[in-house]
Design a protein around this ligand. Structure first.
Ligand SMILES: Nc1ncnc2c1ncn2[C@@H]1O[C@H](COP(=O)(O)OP(=O)(O)OP(=O)(O)O)[C@@H](O)[C@H]1O
Ligand SMILES: [Mg+2]
Length: 311
C-alpha cells in the first residue's frame, strides 16, 4: 500500500555568496515515518529545516506539505506543521504556561485542555507555572516541544531535539515521537549529529555531508542494514564453546567466535533463525540474541571522515 508523502523535497538548494550550503536535496517523507537528517556539524541540517519552514528563503527547489506547495500557499502548508528550529522562541519573563497560552491564542481550536495535555506529555507539570528564565536547557526543550505539539501537527520537524535532554528525557522523547508516528500517522523529521541516537529513533536516515545527500538508509527495528548485508549478531548462551562447535558443524562458511559469554556470528538476516534453531536442537540454552549493527556506523564514519567538521 503506497503511503502518502507528507513532505516532498525537490532540488532544495541554498547558496550564500559563493558557497552552496545545501546542495540539491530531494526526498519524500511518508506519513507515519520518523525520518532523520544525520550529518556532522555544519553539514546543512539546520539550513535545510529553516528553508522547509520558511524561516529563510530557498535559492532553488520546492517543498510540498501534503501536496501543498509551500511557496504558493504558505499558511495552508504551515498549518499542518509543528517545528522547533534550534532554540525555540520563548518569552523568558513569562511562565511556561503563559507561553503556551500565548501560542494557543494564535491558533484556532487549542483550548485549556489541550495545553494541559501537552504539558503532561512533555513532563513539565511541576514547573509549568515557573518563569521560563528559571528553566534549564532541557526544560526549555520540553516547553518548545509542547509548543510544537499544541496544534496536533501532521508534520513535526525538530532540529536537534535531544539537545540538552537527560537520558530519561531522551528516552521519553524517542518513545513519544515513535508513538506519534505509529499511532497518529504524524510524519516526524528530526536532525542530529549523533548516529546512535538516530538509529534508535528513526525509520530512515538521510546522511548529509557538506550540504549534499550522501545516502538514505532504512533502519529496521533499530537494527539497520539491508536484507543481503551481513550483520554481526551476538548470541548469549549457557555454553559458548559448545555453541561455537554446533554452528561450525551445521553452518559451513559461517564464522563463529566466542566473546565472553556470547557467540558472535556475522551472517545475513535470514540466517539468524537457522542458527538459533540448530542451537536449540543441540540443547543449548539461549538467553539473548542481539544484532550489533556496524554497517550504518561504518558508512557514517567513512562519509564524515570520523566526525570532522564539513567545509
Ligand atoms: N547565514 C549564513 N551565512 C554564511 N554561512 C552560513 C550561514 N548559515 C549557515 N552557514 C554555513 O552553512 C553550513 C551549514 O550550517 P548548518 O547550520 O545548516 O549546519 P548543521 O548541519 O545544522 O550543523 P550543526 O550540527 O552544527 O547544527 C555551515 O558551514 C555554516 O557555517
Ligand atoms: Mg544545526
Amino acid at each position: 500500500m503506497p503511503q502518502q508523502a507528507a513532505v516532498q523535497i525537490r532540488h532544495l538548494t541554498k547558496a550564500i555568496g559563493k558557497k552552496t550550503i545545501v546542495d540539491d536535496l530531494s526526498f519524500d517523507i511518508p506519513e507515519g515515518e520518523v525520518f532523520g537528517f544525520l550529518g556532522p556539524n555544519g553539514a546543512g541540517k539546520t539550513t535545510t529545516i529553516r528553508m522547509m519552514v520558511g524561516l529563510i528563503t530557498k535559492t532553488r527547489g520546492k517543498v510540498f506539505v501534503y501536496g501543498t506547495d509551500v511557496d504558493k500557499d504558505f499558511r495552508a502548508a504551515m498549518n499542518r506543521v509543528g517545528a522547533i528550529v534550534e532554540n525555540p522562541e520563548l518569552y523568558k519573563f513569562l511562565t511556561g504556561y503563559q507561553n503556551l497560552k500565548h501560542f494557543a491564542r494564535m491558533s484556532t481550536g487549542v483550548g485549556e485542555e489541550r495545553i494541559r495535555e501537552v504539558v503532561k506529555l512533555v513532563g513539565l507539570e511541576q514547573r509549568i507555572h515557573d518563569k521560563v528564565k528559571t528553566y534549564s536547557l532541557g526544560m526549555r526543550q520540553r516547553l518548545g516541544l509542547a509548543q510544537a505539539l499544541l496544534r496536533k501537527p501532521d508534520v513535526l520537524i525538530l532540529d536537534e531535539p535531544t539537545n540538552g535532554l537527560d537520558p530519561a528525557g531522551i528516552r521519553e522523547l524517542r518513545d513519544h515521537l515513535r508513538t506519534l508516528a505509529k499511532r497518529d500517522g504524524v510524519a516526524v523529521i528530526v536532525s542530529s549529529h549523533l548516529l546512535s541516537e538516530m538509529e534508535l529513533m528513526c525509520d530512515r536516515v538521510a546522511i548529509i555531508q557538506s550540504g549534499k545527500l550522501v545516502d538514505v538508509r532504512t533502519i529496521r527495528n533499530g537494527l539497520g542494514a539491508d536484507e543481503d548485508t551481513e550483520q554481526t549478531t551476538e548470541i548469549q548462551v549457557d555454553d559458548g564453546e559448545a555453541a561455537v562447535a554446533v554452528i561450525r558443524a551445521d553452518h559451513a562458511g559461517v564464522s563463529a567466535q566466542l566473546q565472553e559469554s556470547a557467540v558472535v556470528v556475522s551472517v545475513t538476516r535470514d540466517k539468524v533463525p537457522e542458527i538459533v534453531r540448530s542451537l536449540v536442537v543441540a540443547g543449548i540454552k539461549i538467553y539473548a540474541v542481539n544484532s550489533v549493527n556496524k554497517s550504518l556506523e561504518d558508512t557514517f564514519l567513512e562519509i564524515t571522515g570520523g566526525g570532522s567538521i564539513g567545509v
